[in-house]
Design a protein around this ligand. Structure first.
Ligand code: FMN
Length: 328
């Protein structure tokens, strides 16, 4: 059944979705997610107590997380019934942002498989509208709220406003598409102050999401500073910055299987360097069950993905969970 659904989705993706212009494919996918009650079909889920983990002190029914991309609570609610152990909302900023003009998302065919390059630029409704919407969202599985800003005050205010509506709070300091966030890794000393201030702003467990483009500074400065501030979960990581002339900004963040090997190495190195003091979410390039297994074997506490949700469909989470049970 699972394999049949995976094959069906691959036919839909290769035959239809990957041939539509990107904006039309995005609109089609998001409309389908909003309208069709896939989450009521048990086929996408797999409940088994052997899969449960604890992340930042919060119990997740399994270690497979939907990475940050959606802020529409209808989609977040739907995703909570599609097998994930937690769902991450898109990064929210203090004020609403339209994001970068189109084209802001293109597909890429990489040697490792289909990927995306985006320069979304944090299109989001801003904290007040998002807070009103998310307050009504039931948490069938834990919700990770993600925040992004350009000052310590931004992060503190966002954590204070959204903390009560999330089970964990993720600090995005790594999206490569705006100076807004990407520049934090170039100012690691200020980042230390940021994490300390933010720690006091919410009682929720904190996650810091780092960039694969700054491995040295992450492991030398940012992760130790996070641990000192009481942030013991690292999401490693975000997209990799690449030149992409088709995008309005001439560059964007690469996601999908081309970045998987780097994710694996980053997780393995970080686990070896920090041992049990840290929990690690491995993100970047997971689009098949064996990749999730390899990340967990390399020391990840949990894995998350977004591009695989698009290219391999909503059945991927269940296929990963089946592989984890076979290995249990
Ligand atoms: C269109 C798009 C929008 C994204 N928006 C966010 C965001 O708001 N915040 C964030 O932390 N990551 C964002 N990401 C990054 C993903 O959460 C993830 O870290 C990245 O895509 C690598 O994982 P993947 O290869 O499984 O997609 C976005 C990715 C894409 C493709």
């Amino acid at each position: 059944m699972t394999d049949a659904l995976a094959t069906l989705y691959r036919l839909l993706y290769d035959g239809v979705l990957s041939r539509l212009p990107e904006p039309a494919a995005v609109a089609f996918g998001q409309t389908a997610l909003r309208l069709l009650p896939f989450d009521r079909l048990g086929a996408f889920r797999l409940d088994d107590p052997r899969l449960a983990i604890t992340l930042g002190g919060v119990r997740l029914p399994n270690p497979v997380i939907l990475a940050a991309m959606y802020y529409d609570v209808r989609i977040l609610g739907r995703a909570m019934g599609l097998g994930f152990g937690a769902v991450t909302a898109k990064s929210i900023t203090t004020s609403p942002r339209p994001g970068h003009p189109a084209p802001n998302l293109v597909r890429v065919r990489t040697p490792a498989g289909p990927g995306l390059v985006n320069c979304n630029g944090f299109a989001n409704p801003g904290v007040e509208r998002f807070r009103a919407a998310v307050a009504a969202l039931p948490h069938r599985v834990p919700l990770i709220v993600s925040v992004a800003g350009e000052s310590v005050e931004d992060y503190v205010g966002l954590a204070r406003a959204l903390g009560p509506h999330g089970d964990l709070v993720e600090f995005n300091i790594s999206s490569p598409n705006t100076k807004l966030v990407y520049a934090w890794s170039e100012r690691p000393a200020e980042l230390r102050a940021l994490m300390q201030a933010a720690r006091g702003a919410t009682s929720r467990p904190l996650i810091v999401k780092v960039s694969p483009d700054f491995a040295d500074v992450n492991e030398r400065v940012i992760i130790p500073a996070a641990l000192d501030a009481g942030v013991s979960v690292v999401n490693y990581g975000n997209t990799r910055r690449v030149a992409e002339p088709r995008l309005s900004q001439g560059a964007g963040g690469l996601s999908g299987p081309e970045i998987f090997e780097a994710t694996l190495n980053n997780v393995r190195r970080t686990r070896a360097a920090f041992g049990d003091r840290l929990q690690i979410i491995g993100t970047g390039g997971v689009d098949a069950p064996d990749k999730a297994v390899r990340l967990l074997d390399a020391g990840a506490t949990a894995v998350s993905y977004f591009t695989g949700f698009i290219t391999r469909g909503p059945i991927l989470a269940r296929r990963i969970l089946e592989a984890l049970l076979r290995r249990a």
